[in-house]
Design a protein around this ligand. Structure first.
Ligand code: FAD
Length: 273
């Protein structure tokens, strides 16, 4: 904290290094100092109390394999299995993925879908930032230069809740062209109680499909409903075109993936009922 307070503007925190080191190697980042937080053992804990709290230095691979995470936040475990390759996940950290805020990354979309938050600590104090306020643009968060992200917090996993993370990438291990995190809750009478859809790869930040979520809430589940919600979700997006796909292609993927995710998540919600 002292180092960040003194050098925050010209320093970078070094966590797993899986995004920062490529940026340094390509000379896209040239901080005057690196503050290595790898020795901070207190940032490596997973606490399961009222919800789940994952320390910033929990490696992707540890979280992916954690029984607590698989039970209390199975969407996190599923999404982490899609991050890069096992070697990258062995070094990459939860805090690094969130702080880096790559719009194509899985974890920011998951944090948004689950209504999670992050704990940010500086010498000035500690604050909690909800996911909805955290992601501000391409590789940009609401974290101040002197703040360290110390953990992420996820609310308790409600009963009768299904999940799915679906994405499309050109090759296994690549960043996905489009991804979608889906959470869906079943009511006691077999209707959709609530739904969350949050996309990666369609804008500078994760994007929630709020109109599709509203359409799903309280509805009778049916094949037609999943199709309609997926089409609504995709229609509301205005994804950028790049080397990997046009706007129309990304929108098409967004619809196909949302439909797959809704069907899988609903099946799991019913299984958990
Ligand atoms: P670092 O690289 O150490 O840091 C990244 C940024 O976050 C830096 O700016 C750093 O200063 C900041 N930071 C890190 N920790 C904190 C903290 N606690 N508080 C404040 N700031 C902090 N990621 C995906 O999500 N999906 C993929 O499919 C994917 N594929 C990849 C494929 C390859 C080949 C590679 C090399 C990487 C890939 N990644 C992917 C990135 C990987 O997941 C990174 O591990 C992750 O983005 C950053 O985590 P890190 O711990 O390595 O952070």
């Amino acid at each position: 904290m002292a180092l960040l307070a003194e050098h925050g503007d010209e320093a970078k925190v070094l966590a797993g290094g899986q995004s920062l080191l490529p940026l340094l190697a390509l000379r896209l980042a040239h901080p005057a100092r690196l503050i290595d937080i790898n020795p901070a053992a207190e940032l490596t804990t997973i606490n399961d109390g009222a919800g789940l709290e994952l320390g910033a230095m929990v490696r992707h691979r540890s979280a992916e394999r954690s029984a607590d995470v698989r039970r209390e936040a199975p969407l996190v475990a599923e999404a982490l299995g899609l991050v890069g390759h096992a070697a990258i996940r062995s070094r990459g950290t939860i805090g690094g993925s969130i702080a880096h805020a790559d719009p194509a990354a899985e974890l920011p979309a998951v944090l948004v879908a689950l209504d999670g938050s992050v704990v940010a600590v500086s010498r000035r104090g500690t604050r909690t930032v909800p996911a909805g306020d955290l992601f501000q643009g391409f590789l940009t968060t609401a974290l101040e230069p002197d703040e360290l992200l110390t953990s992420i917090r996820l609310p308790p996993w409600p009963e009768r809740t299904g999940w799915s993370f679906r994405e499309f990438s050109r090759r296994s291990g690549d960043f996905a062209v489009v991804g979608v995190a889906c959470v869906i809750g079943a009511s006691g009478d077999g209707r959709v109680e609530r739904a969350r859809l949050a996309y990666s790869g369609v804008a500078g930040t994760p994007v929630r499909a709020t109109a599709a979520e509203a359409l799903l809430a309280g509805a009778e589940p049916s094949d037609e409903l999943w199709t309609q919600a997926a089409q609504q979700a995709a229609a509301d997006l205005d994804p950028p075109a790049d080397l990997h796909g046009t706007t129309a292609y990304r929108r098409h993927l967004a619809s196909v993936l949302a439909r797959q995710a809704l069907i899988e998540a609903w099946g799991r919600a019913k299984g958990a009922a």
